[in-house]
Ligand binder design. Structure first.
Ligand code: NAP
Length: 195
């Protein structure tokens, strides 16, 4: 489960549980992106805080865990490096990379995309009403075999978004019930997202 998780919220958690159940996954490992290759580092919260919040959020689900591999790795957080590392951690197992559909839309620009698509399956999570045809159109140049490795998952809880949560905190509006209470407490205690 890859994402910036800035911050993690119930949309992410419902997505992970839905993917686990629908695709028969043994476990879901959340991997906060330390330095997403396409984002300005100044604009995202320090990786340590995002890692802490993710760890707090998954604590009550025995199928979920968190990996600091992208935080510990130097340089940009390329998914190909993460999937390679996952293959070493789970030899012989099939790997599904779960993330938001908008991120998957850009997959043709990702590092070593051809090799990456041979190594794992993808689950592109969307909110209801999302134009899934966008994926088909944007990724039409992929060979059919590769396109078939991208699955979609419609998750109503993805109406919740990290951008909205950050804005709410900045404006002093409630974020209760959008994310786990332990994460909310961490945000308020550490004074995150106020500016
Ligand atoms: P993003 O652009 O911040 O997010 C795009 C959309 O997807 C947002 O609506 C976001 O909602 C949603 N989203 C993100 N992660 C999600 C998840 N795990 N489950 C459900 N929805 C999710 O995307 P990002 O977080 O930076 O990147 C997503 C993943 O793709 C990361 O693991 C990143 O490292 C990887 N990636 C790799 C490359 C590369 O290898 N070159 C390039 C780009 C991205 P919220 O804002 O509410 O989360």
């Amino acid at each position: 489960m890859g994402g910036t998780f800035d911050p993690i919220h119930y949309g992410h958690l419902v997505t992970a549980e839905g993917a686990r159940s629908d695709f028969g996954l043994d476990t879901v490992v959340f991997v906060p992106a330390a330095r997403p290759p396409h984002k300005e580092p100044r604009r995202i919260l320090a990786a340590e805080h995002r890692l802490t919040m993710t760890t707090l959020a998954v604590d009550t689900n025995p199928y979920f865990s968190v990996s600091a591999m992208e935080v510990e790795r130097r340089g940009p957080s390329y998914t190909i490096d993460t999937v390679r590392e996952m293959q070493l951690c789970y030899p012989g197992r099939e790997i599904y990379f779960i993330t938001g559909a908008d991120a998957v839309l850009e997959i043709l620009t990702w590092k070593n995309v051809g090799e990456l698509m041979e190594m794992c399956y993808f689950i592109a999570a969307t909110r209801p009403g999302y134009q899934l045809e966008n994926l088909q159109v944007k990724l039409a140049s992929l060979p059919p075999g590769r396109l078939a490795r991208i699955h979609s998952l419609v998750v109503p809880a993805l109406a919740i978004s990290s951008t909205d949560i950050r804005q709410r905190v900045r404006e002093g509006r409630p974020i209760k019930y959008l994310l786990p209470e332990v994460v909310e407490d961490h945000i308020h205690r550490e004074g995150l997202y106020r500016t």
